[in-house]
Design a protein around this ligand. Sequence first.
Ligand code: NAP
Ligand code: 8YV
Length: 359
Amino acid sequence: MLPTAILSYLALPAILDSTHFDKLVRRMANEKTDVLVWGPEKTTIVDGLSKRFMLHKVNSREDINAVVPKIAPHLRAIAISLTGPFARVDEALMATMPKLEIVSSFGVGYDHIDAAWAGQHGIIATHTPDVLNEEVADTAMGLLLCTVRQLPQADNFVRRGDWPREKDFQHTQTLRDRTVGIVGLGRIGKAIARRLDASHVPVVYHGRNKQADVAYRYYPHLVEMAREVDVLMVITPGGAGTKHLIDAQVLEALGPTGILINVARGSVVDEKALIEALQKKKIYSAGLDVFENEPNVPQALIDMEQVVLLPHVGSASLYTRQAMDQLVVDNLFAWAEGRPPLTPVPETPWHGKWSKRPS
Ligand code: NAP
Ligand code: 8YV
């Protein structure tokens, strides 16, 4: 086998474009394609990818600064193993990678990726939709029930030994007299709506568009819907388009018996306005799985008895996380084998072939 350096000087580049030549040289030299793996080392992702790729693992800003400059010029693929503010794949980063073709990201939300820029520059971003719908809907429903019926507080009541001392736990609010307004009736929103249907809880929704395939009442104006419902269930994407969609005005409209549930992204709710609305009893309570500055939760929320707070666990069962990890791997194998991406994000649609990056 000739070493890579010697092969590079053969006349082949004249008849093959650089991407094909690069692939051919690597195959002949039996080299694996480099993939940047960003985030914690997860067995399914690391074991799955290392069968075919040479992994460069980074899990901190320091790692990125040390590793990325060395591999950026020839890097063609990124795998993201856990999403969050630390894994921002923005224009500045992607611009240092002229050969980047795919960003295979964990999680259905991809507000950490500058997807529009990627789409304009021939890069496909993939995410992990659908495999988590039912899990996140279960969590949303659990969070709603916990908040309305104060189930975590009731658990604490037993653990503290208050039951024998105080007889009954206080009677709570109920779902029985409530209409739920879903903000973002997408894949997960619809799975939540099905659960509410089964519980005989009326559902209405708000989004940018009325949906032809559902019978739920549509509200084009969020404030109007907030005024007429008893619970707002937020399950939109994050990012600039939904930043502080739930603001002081929406909370005011929800009213003093209203409950806010957020399983979307922390950025969708104006957290300062929410804290003020809770403190001034403009709304009754909130159940939150996501926060503006995760993993930091404002002390003001922690200090409130009635709210229920979860550490972003919407999809976090072993079963569902495994399916999400596997989809990260499968998208990269599809790319490596020249097949279409399995789950590209809408901003980076598949146009029939893996495009070469414009130089
Ligand atoms: P999806 O199918 O794309 O649904 C998103 C919905 O939001 C659509 O119905 C869309 O309707 C609506 N929407 C988008 N922008 C909006 C806006 N500016 N105002 C009002 N509605 C808007 O996405 P999905 O798979 O259901 O996931 C939704 C989100 O849930 C993810 O992006 C992620 O942020 C979050 N999530 C959280 C967890 C967790 O662990 N807590 C887990 C999974 C997902 P229109 O286009 O008609 O507006
Ligand atoms: C994950 C999520 O918890 O899919 C999403 O958008 O928010 C969750 O499923 C998150 O990606 C954690 O990294």
